[in-house]
Design a protein. Structure first.
Lengths: 575, 283
């Protein structure tokens, strides 16, 4: 009886207000020019939401410029795990008038627009703020955020604290005044907007983006050295490391070019520091010769490639999953490698760690692929406990090696004893030429195949550690959605929505794309009626790889290469 | 006591009479004079006949790619400043393929000794012009003579206030050893451009040609006088000055890193407690 009454009440209320009473997810988009502080207020907003117990998925878009243009910061928020962003907007925060013209069509039926009252716009969804009364223009972004935060029911004190944690006490004072004014103003309005349900005891969560997670994962794995040349979107990895360099005793160096960056990392690694280079496709193009160097000298190095639109400069600040084929084949000569493509923020942390472990164990180049969209995507995650995590210590035991020390001793698993130069009387000789076991160059053609085989044998070990793709859903699905890297959440949410429509759907996500082990997943391809590969590129690079490795032809692909990320709606509208 | 015998004698892939032989000998002598044992020294080599030199002595060695020995040396030195790091390669590797790294290494002033074997010609690729070939020098690849102005490594390095800039000649053995000893001892980037004939592909700049021209700087010469150094670096004709042309006391690059004040980066443990605190800031 009680339940029936509640449902009836809810229906009545929905009829009256014109929007559903329980908002499971709300999508907020902040739009404006570069330089208007979108990212700052966006992250304060995101932080406040997470501290209030909500789950978020925040994404950004921006143009390749310093000021002006049109940029967005959107936050999808809900009481439970948010898997992906979405296009439809519930609250549009317009820091400039152009934002309204550009995004009005994406508003939901009950969606609201918050902006400057002086724009004199009309319509029942328009909330024009008397911004001049709130404070100086610099703080209008805070004012708009404050009204939106109040609308969805965030506690003002939580927002004030997030402001303080961002700016420090002194610089927060003006922001606090404006925030207070905006909350006060909102109270005086009779705006009917269903607030997000209260979450009584919020668990402690972190707000982190993919590249911060990569950087922290790397530090936790023992990273001591990083060299880079600035390039979107991967500069943020180096920056996150630079910000921690003093506290964590790291050496992070901006190199003169990408060629120098990776060669420095190889030198650093040879001398004993776990090393990483973050870059993007173009920068990686310059690094390719040195990938081969790391392989033949058997020097550990982790290479992170934040993918963006190409070829060449392409769309410098837009996303794409274009480098899978490139990274799989990069570097002249034949040698083993592993390629990770984390699909969640947590995986960014853990798979970067895994890349460091493999690089050290198998002594060679290992790869992590992210992309522009992912780099700028924030999500709430469970705090990682670093107190028990292992880390890489590249210090072989000089007393345990046979004399004379042979850097490239031929072993059954291909892994030779690695010592570090200068730490013992043993001489460590590494060479880019084909070499004998002692590391010196040779043109002895009977040595050559032995060395090639030795290096390739390490591939068996790498393959034996390959992480199987993640399968979720019906074993005999009508539709199987395959994805890799950052499209994981979008594919999974699309599947959830399809299941709610009684469709038998499954997902198969590759967080490690190489080595690919068909036995781990081929049955899923064969058991599903329709297999669809979802990728942010034009040619279906994962689909091609699957065909090459398994013979299985994936006829249907959902591809996106307009520079924007794949969303659940994008997938659903193309099925 | 360390002895040149500790550095070994090896069969080489060089032509008989190659200028690399006396150079290799001088390097071994300089290391011994500095009292360095093989395991304390790390050579970083590029590609070419010159870059093979460190294979023919006992020491740690990373033989990398053509043109890229300076960034490798920089990375290694930053991780373990206790190592005596010597980047060794030819004029093509150091000044052409690695030109950008050459400029950056001077700017960084990492404590590396840069040995550039300068024979003004490409040997291993069989006789093309090098960045230091004189104008008009004819080769199979430049049949009408080199039209590019020669790269002057010393003038460039001095103009950029490099920490230590010297020229040696393999025919003046004791003098070369003395220059090398000073270069290895200098804290900061020390460039030693070493003139050495290529007996197979350079019929112009021969032993006799260099012998007639190379003159040690007078003992009154003050290498801290930058303007004089610039003047001397321009001399390339009937007389070619050899010796330490310029030096200054700019602190080496590795002194700038707080992480290195506790000692070498290699072997430093991860401070998990500090990392946990950093992670806290993401709440």
């Amino acid at each position: 009886m009680k339940r029936e009454r509640r449902v009836k009440q809810k229906r009545r209320r929905e009829k009256r207000t014109g929007h559903p009473a329980e908002r499971k997810f709300v999508n907020i988009l902040i739009g404006g020019e570069a330089g208007q502080g979108l990212q700052t207020v966006g992250s304060i907003f995101a932080k406040s939401l997470v501290r209030s117990g909500f789950s978020i998925y925040a994404t950004q878009t921006y143009e390749s410029r310093v000021r002006g243009g049109h940029n967005t910061f959107s936050i999808r928020v809900g009481p439970e795990k948010v898997l992906a962003g979405q296009e439809a907007i519930d609250i549009l925060i317009a820091l400039d008038e152009e934002t309204i013209d550009l995004h009005q069509k994406e508003l939901t039926k009950s969606g609201l627009i918050i902006g400057d009252g002086e724009w004199k716009r009309k319509g029942k969804n328009w909330i024009g703020l008397p911004l001049k009364e709130f404070g100086e223009k610099t703080y209008w972004n805070t004012a708009c955020m404050g009204v939106a935060a109040g609308l969805i029911g965030l506690d003002e004190q939580v927002v004030a604290k997030a402001i303080e944690d961002t700016f420090g006490k002194e610089r927060s004072k003006e922001n606090w005044k404006v925030l207070e004014a905006s909350y006060h103003w909102l109270k005086e309005q009779s705006l009917d907007w269903e607030k997000l349900a209260d979450i009584p005891r919020p668990a402690k969560r972190l707000v982190m983006n993919a590249h911060e997670a990569v950087a922290l994962g790397a530090i936790s794995a023992g990273l001591k050295f990083c060299a880079f040349y600035p390039m979107s979107p991967s500069t943020s990895i180096a920056q996150a490391l630079i910000d921690r360099a003093k506290d964590m005793d790291l050496v992070i160096e901006q190199a003169e070019d990408e060629i120098a960056a990776i060669n420095m990392a190889i030198g650093a690694s040879y001398a004993g520091a776990p090393s990483m280079v973050p870059t993007s496709g173009g920068g990686f193009g310059l690094m390719v010769e040195a990938v081969s160097l790391a392989a033949i000298t058997e020097t550990p190095v982790v290479i992170v490639i934040g993918q963006r639109s190409g070829p060449a400069t392409g769309l410098a600040t837009r996303t794409e999953q274009r480098e899978l084929g490139f990274v799989l084949n990069a570097g002249h000569g034949e040698f083993p490698r592993a390629v990770f493509a984390p699909g969640t923020i947590e995986e960014c942390f853990h798979l970067t760690r895994k890349a460091f472990e493999l690089a050290e164990k198998y002594q060679g180049p290992m790869f992590v692929l992210t992309d522009h969209f992912f780099a700028d995507s924030y999500r709430d995650i469970k705090p990682m406990d670093v107190s028990k995590l292992s880390f890489v210590r590249p210090q072989g035991d000089p007393s345990s090696v046979k004399t004379p020390y042979l850097r490239y001793r031929i072993t059954r698993n291909g892994i030779s004893p690695r010592l570090l130069p200068g730490l013992s009387k043993h001489l460590v000789v590494a060479d880019s030429h084909e070499h004998t076991e002692n590391g010196h160059l040779t043109e002895n053609l009977s040595v050559r195949p032995k060395m090639v085989d030795k290096r390739l044998r390490k591939g068996d070990g790498i393959r034996s550690e390959a992480i199987p793709p993640n399968f979720q859903g019906d074993r005999k699905a009508d539709v199987l959605l395959i994805s890799w890297g950052s499209t994981k959440g979008a594919a999974e949410e699309a599947a959830i929505q399809l299941r709610s429509r009684k469709k038998r759907v499954a997902t198969l996500h590759f967080s490690q794309v190489w080595p690919m082990v068909p036995d781990q997943f081929v049955k899923h391809l064969e058991q599903s009626k329709r297999v669809i590969c979802v990728e942010s590129n034009a040619t279906g690079q994962l689909a091609q790889l699957i065909r090459k490795e398994t013979g299985f032809f994936i006829g249907k692909r959902i591809s996106r290469y307009d520079g924007l990320s794949i969303t659940p709606q994008y997938i659903l509208s193309r099925l | 006591m360390v002895d040149t015998k500790d550095y070994g004698e090896y069969k080489t892939a060089w032509c008989p009479g190659c200028g690399n032989f006396p150079l290799l000998k001088a390097v071994k002598q300089a290391l011994v004079k500095r009292g360095l044992e093989p395991h304390q020294v790390l050579f970083i080599a590029g590609i070419g006949q010159a870059a093979k030199a460190p294979h023919y002595l006992n020491a740690n060695l990373f033989n990398g790619l053509h043109g890229r020995c300076l960034p490798v040396a920089t990375g290694a030195k930053l991780v373990n400043p206790d190592l005596v790091v010597i980047a060794e390669s030819g004029d093509g590797c150091m000044y052409s393929e690695g030109g950008n790294h050459f400029l950056a290494a001077i700017r960084r002033n990492v404590d590396i000794t840069l040995l550039a074997h300068n024979n003004q010609v490409y040997g291993l690729t069989k006789g093309q012009a090098s960045p230091t070939s004189d104008e008009g020098f004819t080769t199979k690849a430049q049949p009408e003579g080199v039209a590019l102005a020669p790269f002057n490594p010393l003038a460039v390095a001095i103009a950029m206030h490099a920490g230590f800039v010297a020229r040696g000649y393999v025919g003046l053995e004791d003098h070369l050893v003395d220059v090398l000893v000073q270069a290895i001892g200098h804290r900061g980037l020390s460039l030693v451009d070493i003139l050495q004939p290529c007996v197979s592909f350079n019929r112009v700049n021969t032993y006799q040609w260099y012998k007639d021209r190379c003159k040690p700087l007078p003992s009154s010469y003050d290498p801290t006088d930058w303007e004089a150094a610039i003047r001397f670096s321009q001399q390339w004709g009937d007389e070619i000055p050899v010796g330490v042309i310029y030096r200054n006391e700019r602190p080496p690059f590795e002194d700038h890193f707080s992480a290195l004040r506790k000692g070498p980066l290699v072997g430093q443990e991860l401070e998990r407690g500090r990392l946990a605190k950093i992670i806290e800031t993401y709440t």
